[in-house]
Design a protein around this ligand. Structure first.
Ligand code: HAM
Length: 408
């Protein structure tokens, strides 16, 4: 778990604000959920999921309730839907920290942040397209150009069940050829064997049955609708029928965004899909759901690698230097800020040289200097800090106008 310090914290906030701009422009409102939920909420994500079985920060609170820090937000949003019963379609977005007890490494943390959206109550495949297109638009807004979209459909629950049976039979028949790790996975969740990135499993995984052979007519039509919609919006995608994703609630469409520059273990910048049965499993009515979450940390790493979405230095209009005791700095800084401009100042009545050093470091457009001469003349000296222009003495009453002009 890390501290996010300035100026990185500023970049985080801008990241969220760009995201909010994109999704609020499409009618999504923000949901702010608790960090903690009843453990049962997250157990609905699936008991064959590492996120649930191994990685959850769960504990018994002082009231004897078994609760957990949220490992993701889809289940929390569905719980909120069941609790508050908003009108559908319910289109929401979120941001915040998630907690998973994973092995920390580059792009993988135990506390990490996501932004995401969820829509409840609509079956239309064009909604899947809208959801994917919003993530795509967000990547464009950040300036990322090397993101690829992988797409799959896991079909309806029956299709998926028949597929899992076939997959299990296939891997069981070839069990000895699987790596010991994948043999363990096979006993828990045959689908996840497809996720194996171990070279020794590659040939067997490549020849495994394909989900597309098991689609019902309805599932096939939904998936075709999604592909046609993406094509209509010119969003390029690659069908990856080995994309099962790490959470068990998915049905029909699943997708993942991969960065071109990160190591393969951490290259998933974001992902999502449909989870049509999740609301029901939390005690609500049968409700369609689709959404995605994008990892803030990993997406920013991808931005670094592509050299985009850089941190902008803090912009200050003025830095006040006062060698008359400090009271004038107090007044001037307050005046500048009250006029809607930005200002900082030096403290502790230090020497002119020491104060100017801080002014230079501040990144402010100019130093506003007040010494005994300026005091006597009811004036201030303004010294541009980012250009070679010389300093000038101006009437104190004209300072705000001067700073406003300098800004424009
Ligand atoms: P997820 O694939 O588990 O999906 O996480 C989404 C993204 O969160 C990942 O692609 C990754 O960028 C980031 N992420 C996950 N774990 C970590 C970690 N330990 N450190 C840093 N970043 C991480 C979900 O969470 C689903 N709720 C997505 C969804 C929404 N599906 C439907 N609606």
């Amino acid at each position: 778990m890390r501290d996010i310090l300035p100026p990185d914290s500023e970049r985080w906030r801008r990241f969220v604000s760009v995201f909010a701009g994109v999704v609020e422009g499409a009618g999504y409102g923000q949901v702010i959920s608790p960090l903690l939920e009843d453990l049962g909420v997250f157990q609905r994500i699936g008991d064959a999921t590492d996120v649930v079985t191994k990685e959850m920060y769960d504990f018994v609170d002082k009231g004897g309730r078994h609760i957990a820090l949220r490992p993701e937000l889809t289940a929390s949003v569905c719980r909120a839907f069941v609790q508050h019963r908003p009108l559908t379609p319910w289109k929401v977005w979120y941001t915040g920290s998630q907690f998973r007890y994973e092995k920390p490494q580059r792009g993988r943390f135990r506390q990490f942040d996501q932004v995401g959206i969820e829509v409840l109550g609509v079956e239309d495949p064009h909604l899947d397209v809208e959801v994917i297109a919003l993530a795509w638009e967000f990547y464009r807004a950040l300036g990322l150009g090397q993101v690829t979209l992988l797409l799959n459909s896991l079909g309806e629950p029956d299709d998926r069940a028949r597929y899992v049976t076939a997959l299990q039979a296939y891997f069981e028949a070839n069990r000895k050829e699987l790596t010991p790790e994948s043999q363990v996975t096979l006993d828990k969740n045959p689908l996840r064997v497809l996720d194996s990135k171990r070279p020794a499993d590659a040939a067997l995984v490549a020849a495994a049955p394909r989900i597309a052979e098991f689609y019902s007519a309805h599932a096939a039509a939904h998936f075709e609708g999604v592909q046609a919609g993406l094509a209509a919006l010119n969003i390029p995608f690659t069908i990856d029928d080995r994309l099962v994703r790490g959470l068990d609630y998915y049905r029909h469409t699943t997708f993942e965004f991969q960065g071109g520059t990160l190591d393969s273990a951490q290259n998933a910048l974001g992902g999502g899909g449909r989870y049509d049965g999740l609301v029901e499993s939390l005690g609500g009515p049968p409700t369609h759901g689709v959404g995605f979450a994008l990892g803030l940390d990993r997406t920013l790493l991808a931005c670094d690698d592509e050299g985009v979405f850089a941190v902008e230095p803090l912009h200050l209009d003025a830095f006040v230097v006062d060698t008359t005791g400090g009271l004038e700095a107090l007044r001037l800084t307050a005046e500048i800020r009250a006029a809607g401009l930005t200002a900082d100042r030096a403290y502790e009545n230090r020497s002119m040289k020491a104060q100017m050093k801080v002014a230079d470091r501040s990144g402010a457009a100019c130093a506003v200097i007040i010494g005994s001469n300026e005091m006597a003349e009811d004036a201030v000296t303004v010294r541009p800090l980012r250009t070679d222009e010389g300093q000038q003495l101006i009437a104190r009453s004209t300072l705000i106008d001067y700073l406003k002009k300098a800004r424009s």
